[in-house]
Design a protein around this ligand. Sequence first.
Ligand code: NG1
Ligand code: ZN
Length: 527
Amino acid sequence: MAQFEATYQKSAQYPKPAGLVLQYGTAGFRTNAKQLPHVMFRMGLLAVLRSLRTRATIGVMVTASHNPEEDNGVKLIDPMGEMLELAWEGYATQLANAEQDGLVTALRDIIEREAINMDHSASVFVGRDTRPSSQSLSQAVQDGVSALGGHCQDFGLVITPQLHYLVCCQNTQGRYGDISVEGYYKKLSEAFIKITKNAPPRQPLRVDGANGIGALQLKALEPYLQGQLTVLLTNDGSTGKLNHLCGADYVKVQQGAPQGMEMGLGERCCSFDGDGDRIVYYYNDDKGRFHLLDGDKIATLISTFIKELLTKAGLDLQLGVVQTAYANGSSTHYLQDNMKVIVRCVKTGVKHLHHVALEFNVGVYFEANGHGTVLFSKAAEEKIHQLAKDASAAEERRSAAAQLESTINLINQTVGDAISDMLLIEAVLAVKGLTVQQWDAIYTELPNRQLKVKVADRRVINTTDAERKTTSPAGLQEAIDELNRKYRLARSFVRPSGTEDVVRVYAEAETRETADALAHEVSLAVY
Ligand code: NG1
Ligand code: ZN
């Protein structure tokens, strides 16, 4: 077929370094940008095949999120804005690792296995972050799409969740929102204004944009908020380097403020990550002590708000919260025992959380690192819409349903979204009249520590029970159990990272000292 000849010819522009092996992991491909041109071209090819297979538009986002600026990466987005289907991650790996001469064979293999009809037309949306390498890598994706005869639309600089939103809008013929970045601004800002219209004015919010695309997009969105929220932006990318000493990941791991952030006592501050899909909040108390409000605190705030609205509306819808092993023990305890909601623990990686959140009428999911969102089932949305327009229902019930409707519109249900999450948190704080300190006081976090351990081969560590226990190497879990028994309220676990060549250690305990000691001792047990 002519396409294959053209593809083979074009692929010579993006030669694969011989012997290089990469894997499509939890966050797609991610490594030094220099190693990626051929991967990008090939992901353009794969996106065409995925589009033909699903008969829908597929997204390709060029970003390495919170990684250093020198890195880059790529993720594919499925038709409803969800992450790429698991089986196709395998194809992605296969295609990326095929040697030059085996490329067409690898393509034919996928086409055959998936019974893809190459006569239809394919459509791919492409977006990228602000890394210096992103533009040429995005071009490589687009060249891959064109080589196989697909149609490509380049949305340029967007946060990852905006591309998820755009793909979902396109494949639902605009039912999810207008198929444009402006449509995204309008949808979110209108919902935000509706929820907060009767709330008293608030102090401005300080935002650390990680010197990335989130900063640019927030600047563009702010005028749409019509003064209902004032944002003071630092690390907006005009001088600093992407993710360097700033951003959500830095703040979460360091448990300290990012560089450049001037924090007045008690002021609300938040940080985005490099591609705008994660957010954490923080403030300094009156003793100048730093307090972090991470994904667990965010999940608690949002689920409390939604649960109260559901109760006011008299809607019997089941709300569940999905967490990972990294969720602070106090948050799990609070959600289960005080809020009486169902809590599920799953493996690290957003797709696992998303998947389980779909089982509930309303599924709230957050990783402790600040990546998360809320999913409403179709039936739940339907009930909420019905009630909001039911003139015979009591005013209090109807207005709660109207608030829920706006909440649904404010949330990016396709994936975790720093801007959408930020607006939702700001709306909840405004409506409930909560300061950041009051929000923080909902429960007290157990002191915790994360460490990274370099080992010869991290794959020797295997885990079970949503990664909370190891099954190999022999004796490791027994050693960890023993260490956990040494300290009060202690819990710790280890797991191989899916995105870095390290083993991660997590420990929590009653005091800062014991949490640190436990993390250290567990990391020694890993060697
Ligand atoms: P790994 O490297 O597998 O721990 C990290 C984060 C995940 C997730 C992915 C994707 C932690 C402990 N892990 O995964 O939560 O966000 O990156 O970016 O934060
Ligand atoms: Zn990210």
